[in-house]
Design a binder for this molecule. Sequence first.
Ligand SMILES: [Zn+2]
Ligand SMILES: [Zn+2]
Ligand SMILES: [Zn+2]
Length: 438
Amino acid sequence: MLCAKHKTGLVFFPAFDWAISPNHPEREERLLYTQDQVLEEGLLDIDGIIEYKPDIATIRDIQRTHFCVPDEWEVTTESHFISAGGAKTIGMAVMDKQVERGFALVRPPGHHAMRVVHGSRGFCNINIEAMMIEYLRTAYKVGRVAIVDTDCHHGDGTQDIYWHDPDVLFISLHQDGRTLYPGSGFLNELGGPNAAGLTVNIPLPPNTSEEGFIYALEEMVLPILADFKPDIIINSAGQDNHYADPLTNMNFSAQGYARLTELLKPDIAVLEGGYSIESALPYMNVGIILAMAGLDYSRVREPDYDPDGIRQGREVTEYIRRLGDKVMTGWNRRDETRKELQAGKTFDQRRRSIFYDTDNILEKQEETVRICEECGGCWSIDTSSDGRKRALAVHLPIKGCAACRETAYQWYESADPKTFDLALLQDRQKDRYLKREL
Ligand SMILES: [Zn+2]
Ligand SMILES: [Zn+2]
Ligand SMILES: [Zn+2]
């Protein structure tokens, strides 16, 4: 009988009664085909592959990660609670050492959901990986976390949530934002002044094949991880870099994804995108599960797989080589970048407009972060969108220092009722969430 080298936990939640619309790519069948394939291949009969039922996330789990406007119920459905709960289940199974690794095959996805949530963007309402991570940091005191996002789209929501956090490294490999939604994830997006360099973007050119992905992993991602020394590695495992994916323009395969997983060795993987739901996604997921379990995946092949047919051109190879030099220069310069961004300031500010393409909402934000040498720095966001409530959202980081703590509470308590409808405070130190209607 086959026996897994690494005991691996799985959670399936296909959300079979939930879809954005009946023929939207983000619909029920996405995971039903994978579930069939996993059963057909007998993966659940392998000794050391264990299936768990998803827990249901709570309102408190959302409040650790997000500021929902006007509230959590307004921007979620039951499926979101179960999808995020499934990620949490895998996180707990790994932390409690029931398994060595785990993969949450759940939907709806989450990596485009940012810190503030007014609605759905890029098919995402709440960020399921970030919710799991915030839970693990609180319940298990996990220190340093690395997130490697291998979805074809830039993980802009996860980037936003950890932009100011010096304890979380966020690396996203994706198709260049000039050619694909959400149009972000460029080399100069490096993180805020207190966490400079800990956001790492690797925008790959269209038609990147196995060679380019494995090169990016070996020459960029793995050396950066070795430097950062995370306590845990999370993979936002989007499968839409596949050559058959209808939404993207990449040339990755099931073999490539399995190899990538074998090299990355994530403790926890959480499914994100992947829209070639019948001809590719089941193979990729099976390949990833086998790779996580340390089993042979060489026979996992799409019926039409032809490595020569999808091989990347020489210009693509050259481009990625030069990109690698730039990424590593940015990483090695991170202390200097931090000094440049801080430059004797007490506070740093930025203004942004955020478009929620799925729900057609335009949000305006004004963000203020306290420059801090001792912690990630408290910050506040003044957020509003047309015809909706205007909120002041204040965040105190988990390792917030006394001065940041005082500033955060002062911001929250002195929110002007003439300007704001709501004041919110996410106190990650005391693990509580305060809300005042003004
Ligand atoms: Zn990505
Ligand atoms: Zn995607
Ligand atoms: Zn501080």
